[in-house]
Write a protein that binds this ligand. Structure first.
Ligand code: SF4
Length: 297
């Protein structure tokens, strides 16, 4: 069974996937922090959705912004306090959550210390800025939608937040694939996979790695719900931009090529060539091992 997280690692660097698979895996603090931040961002979308229901069509923009901002700061503050405290209760629940999540399928999992409070504070202010930016955009869009449709917030909420399923785990034995889709929106009986990204977006379109991950989710959704997925989205939360990806034949072919290569690395344990990319290598957990073994060979 290949996990979508293995595809993600392969797209980052095939050699990284090989090393990760060959060595005892450690979930580090950065991984936990990113996972928690991603969940926090999804929860904030939920809060905006609830706040939008309170808005009336005759409200001025300041009032709309005030309503949309309700509980947002407190929610971010509470979530960050939990992370900073990093008490054993929190640590254990995270460990359990990760071990229960088949997608990660890690062997000999060790949980390292959670990231430093400086990193947490930096991310907290980044999330606050993002939430403020997204609130402003939503305020303007919802004001316009209410005026045009002559409806209150609770009547237009579906325009901005269609019915959705969150963090939906799907396992398919035929495809030998398992993965969690961050969000699946359902509009008029059609399914739209949405992956939420904390990373910087490209100038236009989406990164190839994000598209491959998304089409893997689309395939799983097609099998699970006996449907066809034509379009998915990458939601780059940093700039509040949800970019479409068409699930065309080329992208599907690309995924199957990647899947074969991932299977070769994992099942046949064949090491791919080292392909140095300074930007990626500098951030890679295996940099030291990788360069050492390459210099000695
Ligand atoms: S250090 Fe660079 S080449 Fe080596 S595994 Fe990491 S990303 Fe790949």
């Amino acid at each position: 069974m290949i996990s979508i997280s293995s595809i993600r690692t392969y797209m980052y660097c095939p050699l990284k996937l090989y090393l990760q698979n060959e060595m005892d895996e450690e979930i580090n603090g950065d991984f936990l922090l990113n996972k928690t931040m991603k969940e926090l961002r999804i929860d904030l979308q939920d809060l905006f959705q609830r706040n939008l229901r309170r808005i009336k069509k005759d409200m001025e923009i300041d009032e709309i912004e005030e309503q949309l901002s309700k509980n947002i700061d407190d929610y971010i503050k509470n979530s960050i306090t939990i992370l900073e405290n990093n008490d054993s209760r929190y640590d254990n629940s995270l460990k359990k959550e990760i071990k229960d999540d088949d997608e990660y399928n890690l062997k000999n999992v060790e949980i390292a210390n959670i990231s430093t409070s400086d990193e947490i504070n930096d991310l907290a202010s980044e999330i606050k800025n993002e939430a403020y930016f997204n609130m402003k955009i939503l305020a303007l869009k919802s004001q316009k939608a209410m005026k045009l449709n002559e409806k209150d917030g609770n009547q237009i909420v579906e325009l901005f937040f269609p019915s959705s399923m969150y963090s939906y785990l799907i396992k398919d034995h035929q495809l030998e694939l398992i993965g969690t889709c961050d969000k699946i929106e359902i509009v008029d009986g059609k399914y739209f996979p949405i992956n939420v990204k904390n990373s910087n977006p490209p100038l236009k379109g989406v990164w190839d790695s994000d598209a491959i991950e998304l089409v893997a989710n689309a395939l799983l959704i097609e099998q699970e719900f006996d449907t066809e997925v034509f379009v998915g989205f990458i939601d780059y939360l940093k700039i509040g931009d949800k970019r479409p990806v068409v699930m065309d034949a080329n992208l599907r072919k690309g995924l199957f090529k990647v899947l074969n290569e991932v299977k070769t690395i994992i099942n046949e344990k064949i090491a791919p060539n080292m392909n140095v990319n300074a930007q990626k290598c500098n951030k890679c957990d295996y940099e030291e091992i990788c360069f050492q073994s390459n210099n000695s060979s």
